[in-house]
Design a protein around this ligand. Structure first.
Ligand code: NAD
Length: 515
């Protein structure tokens, strides 16, 4: 790392969420920020003339917080030409220069935290603590990939016979399409872009349709930090048109995608159907994440962690717990405590510090959750349903709910919101429980609550998942500390925020010299 640069520091400190005074001061700053944001394609040489689409606040749909403009076919074509033209120069830029730009972006983002929190709150319905975590994670990704690039992009001497030197050299693959979801509109968006740039690729960044404003502001900041405007371009628009145009173009060498499993499969097919190009796909998708608790679990801790895992960010985290398997000896007690704890949840305006659970992202998400609730009404027992504040009438809110199920097979798909399902199990059924979880095909996170080491080891060894959390909540992976990502239907790997991520964005060249 360059002495004195931000890469010398550990993970971003953000602010202390237990310090009321600091938190109140931050909320005041966030509140004072005026919401009148814009997003449009950032493509040198292109002129976009589309309609300006209003963006409304998920907490109150009457409130317009900005406007965005989609990319048209001409803009996409111009962006592809620019990206191809700019990539070799970027790849030839010394890694220290590239990394320093990302670190400068991290410093800028940290300094402007309130502005980005305000955007995450009003465009994506994030609570203020979620907004803090979002900015911190984005900052961490920028610094982490900058640091990793400094290690990777130096020729690596290999052993060889006398009279010969062998080195392994890394370079960018070419043009990368970065396609991100709305649920981490800043952290995942910036993480993908930072990794692709750090590795010497030019980038076409496509944010989710729901969160163009945050993505636009992030790209502007990266440009300000020094990333050339043809090296990083911004292409807002629908997945089915703009996203598909990128993934089907042979000039795109790689796609890094985070989102639903169905979209990952569609992108995989699009890449495979291209003539004359083999592309890489790095995909992180959804899960049917379980939390297994045996009778040695501490009920208070279990309920606190289950609540955090299922309902933080209104359950709109890929890592969120969807199913709590609780051993029958403690099940009644745990369900009672869960019911009590859910009655205390504050569901309402995410801009208020008192709020635990904010809105879901949009009407489509709400409709899907309501349809799920309707189905559950016919085949499961409702354990608890949180109350909603009066101020939720104009937003897309879904009251957090927990149901008791008989079997995991009652859940056909990922329910992306504040919906928890509880299933009882008997001591002799542990392996069958793990096998049922594995048989969903997903493999993202798994929580374990047990004080018995053998049980913890047995579950962790048998479960085919990417991230296991023991006696804590199962959300909020920290960059560089808990590399994150799943296996099988949940993703291709390598893990974001881990040491094997960056090499996937790079080519390898072995140079052998007869001396
Ligand atoms: P989504 O798949 O609907 O959309 C994700 C992105 O893909 C968007 O930018 C969208 O425009 C784009 N897209 C859609 N169709 C496309 C196509 N045919 N070609 C190219 N791009 C296309 O997902 P979402 O609803 O935005 O996000 C929620 C999902 O993301 C959940 O399943 C969640 O579990 C998952 N997720 C996973 C992780 C992880 O790290 N594993 C993290 C966050 C979210």
């Amino acid at each position: 790392a360059v002495p004195g640069s931000s890469a010398d520091r550990d993970n971003s400190m953000g602010i202390n969420l237990n310090n009321d005074e600091q938190l109140r001061a931050l909320a005041k700053q966030v509140d004072a920020i005026e919401a009148d944001w814009r997003a449009m394609p950032l493509v040198p040489g292109a002129s976009t003339s589309g309609a300006q689409v209003p963006v409304t606040n998920p907490a109150d749909r009457r409130q317009v917080v900005g406007r965005w403009q989609s990319s048209d076919a001409g803009t996409i074509e111009r962006a592809l030409c620019n990206a191809v033209e700019a990539q070799p120069g970027w790849d030839a830029t010394p890694v220290d220069t590239r990394a320093a730009m990302l670190e400068r972006a991290a410093d800028l983002l940290e300094a402007r935290m309130p502005q980005y929190i305000a955007m995450c709150t009003r465009e994506a319905g994030k609570t203020i603590p979620d907004g803090v975590a979002e900015v911190r994670e984005a900052v961490d990704f920028l610094r982490y990939y900058a640091g990793e690039a400094r290690k990777l992009f130096v020729p690596d001497p290999l052993p060889g016979p006398t009279g010969e030197t062998n080195t392994l050299q890394h370079a960018g693959r070419g043009v990368f399409a970065c396609i991100s979801p709305w649920n981490f509109p800043l952290a995942i968006f910036v993480g993908q872009v930072a990794a692709a740039l750090a590795a010497g690729n030019s980038v076409l960044a496509k944010p989710a349709e729901q969160t163009n404003l945050v993505g636009f502001a992030a790209v502007k900041l990266l440009h300000e930090a020094g990333i050339p405007d043809k090296v990083l371009q911004f292409l807002p628009g629908d997945g089915a048109t703009v996203g598909a145009a990128l993934t089907s173009d042979p000039r795109v060498s790689g796609v890094v995608f985070t989102g639903s499993n169905a979209t990952a499969l569609a992108i995989n097919r699009a890449l495979a159907a291209r003539d004359g190009a083999i592309g890489v796909l790095i995909a992180e998708t959804g899960g049917q994440n379980a939390l297994i608790a045996d009778s040695s679990a501490l009920p208070e801790q279990l309920v606190k962690d289950a609540l955090a895992s299922a309902f933080t960010s209104a359950g709109q985290r890929c890592s969120a717990a969807r199913v709590l398997f609780v051993q029958d000896d403690i099940a009644d007690h745990v369900i009672d405590m869960l019911t009590g704890a859910m009655a205390e949840l504050k569901v309402g305006d995410p801009a208020l510090l008192s709020t635990d659970v904010g809105p879901v992202i949009d009407e489509d998400a709400l409709r899907m959750l309501e349809a799920h609730a309707e189905r559950m009404a016919g085949e499961a027992r409702l354990i608890a349903q949180a109350a909603m504040d009066d101020d939720t009438a104009h937003g897309t809110y879904f009251a957090p709910r927990a149901w008791e199920l008989q079997s995991l097979s009652q859940l056909k798909r990922e329910n992306f919101g504040p919906a928890l399902h509880v299933i009882r199990w008997k001591g002799e059924e542990l392996d069958a429980v793990i096998d049922a979880i594995n048989s969903t095909g997903y493999g993202l996170t798994l929580g374990i609550h047990s004080r018995i080491d053998d049980t913890v080891e047995r579950i962790a060894a048998r479960a085919r998942v990417g991230n296991v959390y023991v006696n804590r909540n199962q959300i909020g992976a920290v960059v560089g500390v808990q590399p994150f990502g799943g296996q099988r239907l949940s993703g291709t790997g390598p893990k974001a925020g881990g040491p094997h991520y960056l090499p996937r964005f790079a080519t390898e060249k072995t140079v052998t010299i007869n001396t």
